[in-house]
Design a protein around this ligand. Sequence first.
Ligand code: PAP
Length: 297
Amino acid sequence: MPNTRLICLSNKLVPTVNFQRNFKPQVTDIILASYPKSGTTWLKALTVALLERVKNRSCDDIQTHHHPLESDNPHGLVPFLEMNLYLKSSTPDLTNLSSSSPRLFSTHMPLHTLQVPLKDSPCKIVYICRNWKDVLVSTWHFTSINVEETEAEGSFTLELFFDSFCSGVHFFGPFWENVLSYWRGSLEDPKHVLFMTYEDLKAEPHGQIKKLAEFLDCPFSEEEEERGDVDKILELCSLRNLSSLEINKTGTSNDVHNSNFFRKGEVGDWKNHLTPEMENKIDNIIEEKLKGSDLKF
Ligand code: PAP
């Protein structure tokens, strides 16, 4: 386990440094940020759909014309800075991304790792946060599926994940550090950092997607709202719809079967897996770590 962890960690360190040294932001860049298993795929799909409608200026296109979400998984459309672009090269060719302005990137890195290259840049960052207990359970399921049929099968127990999460041992650092970095960033600079939650998106999708569109400077017009375009985008990006698309049944992204990015998508699935003792321990850790931040789960 320590060796595996070191290898994975170094796989993130080098690209992160590459990014910090070489990334040249453009004013219209958008970065979608998250801790893994917090709703990244959903946020990517929603953002792609919001921007695509502006390009085509008609949401009818969603239904009658070919849509990028039909031919690629959201992870294929919005590359990770540290897991795709700067992993392959210290100076990746980003010209292809420029053809569709704004450029869309994603990251699991905490906000402070972005701040050097983004200093004085007006680019926008959207962060999606999710209840830590659901993140833990989702991560465990995802990892278990992806190690199936390998020699590591069976070694990723929920208890092991629980202990690692509680100790802050994770490839992208402790959950609370990641979340707090963006939470504080959103309070300090709300024009450039938007903090969203998976739970709010589930509870009031209309309000949240309109807020996202406004933040990205592509608000829904009255005409679009009357035409039901908000609903069309929500339906297009729903777990049910995305997971039923051929590309997400058969393709792969980042060496992962696309189908593995879609599971239950429920709020509170942790209740089916964590014991009351685990729940209590996690709640205490989170309360302690978030103390004084005004951020509540
Ligand atoms: P990633 O870090 O590997 O990109 P991410 O997309 O952040 O994963 O999170 C995956 C979770 O989002 C899964 O949750 P679950 O394990 O609790 O089910 C997945 O089901 C859920 N998810 C994926 N797409 C959607 C969607 N369109 N709407 C709602 N939830 C989704």
